[in-house]
Ligand binder design. Structure first.
Ligand code: PXP
Length: 246
């Protein structure tokens, strides 16, 4: 299946850190589902939520409520474990993004080693594909990982742009080249390309300009910006920045 590039670019808003603030006090506010509905009203094309094994932000109940209340696709981020697979199969969200997870990390550090974990990932991806969930693998911009995604029959890869977002100068330019090459290679192999991690108003343009990238998933910066300008304005401004770069 071939797409015409540049295709429209979707924005998935990650609401994990609304739950982080809520959980700091253990109550019900601020409610991540309310934030999700507001983000959609402001122009988000989808909502992303990471149900971590330690439930440090999003909870099982949040996922159930998002499934019940959202009118746009939910992208469930999760580790490749039996527990998470059972949850995904119960809810059948539109998309499931498989991420590596380490208990002690502050946030997802690096992409999943799809090439090194083929045998562990294959049955999980097959079960999700069979259930009608659109599987995405969060990977480094690396030909070996894209090749692994092809062999695992993953229809989508999300390129990890965390390194790009932390670098500057020549190193950033080099990382951007790796991302562009990876996006082109994935698309050539019929894989839909997404990108995410560490995107802000200041660094989103170059990623949004990669023609094969069809979706950006953005969370921490938007939720932080919402403290100053409100979530509605933060999402609208991100949409403007993405559209201008396209
Ligand atoms: N995509 C994936 C796969 C992620 O794990 C995260 C972080 O949870 C994001 C996108 C969003 O990253 P950020 O919160 O830095 O915008």
């Amino acid at each position: 299946m071939s797409a015409t590039y540049p295709a429209p670019l979707r924005l998935g808003v990650n609401i994990d850190h609304v739950a982080t603030v809520r959980n700091a006090r253990g109550g019900a506010t601020p409610d991540p589902v309310r934030a999700a509905l507001l983000a959609v009203a402001a122009g988000a094309d989808g909502i992303t939520a990471h149900l971590r094994e330690d439930r440090r932000h999003i909870t099982d109940d949040d996922i159930a409520r998002l499934m019940a209340e959202l009118t746009v696709p939910l992208n469930l981020e999760m580790a490749a474990t039996e527990e998470m697979l059972a949850i995904a199969l119960r809810h059948r969200p539109h998309a499931v993004c498989i991420v590596p997870e380490k208990r002690e990390e502050r946030t997802t550090e690096g992409g999943i080693d799809a090439a090194g974990q083929h045998n562990r990932l294959a049955p999980i991806i097959a079960a999700l594909n069979d259930a009608g969930c659109r599987v995405s693998l969060f990977i480094e911009p690396d030909a070996r990982q894209i090749d692994a995604a092809v062999r695992l029959c993953a229809p989508v890869v999300e390129l990890h742009v965390g390194r790009y977002s932390e670098l500057d100068g020549a190193e950033r330019a080099e990382e951007l080249r790796r991302l562009s090459d990876a996006a082109a290679l994935a698309a050539k192999n019929g894989i839909e390309v997404h990108a995410g991690h560490g995107l802000t108003f200041d660094n989103v343009a170059a990623i949004a300009a990669i023609p094969q990238v069809m979706e950006l998933n953005i969370g921490h910066f938007l939720i932080g910006e919402a403290i100053f300008v409100g979530l509605d304005e933060a999402v609208r401004e991100m949409r403007r920045a993405m559209d201008a770069a396209r």
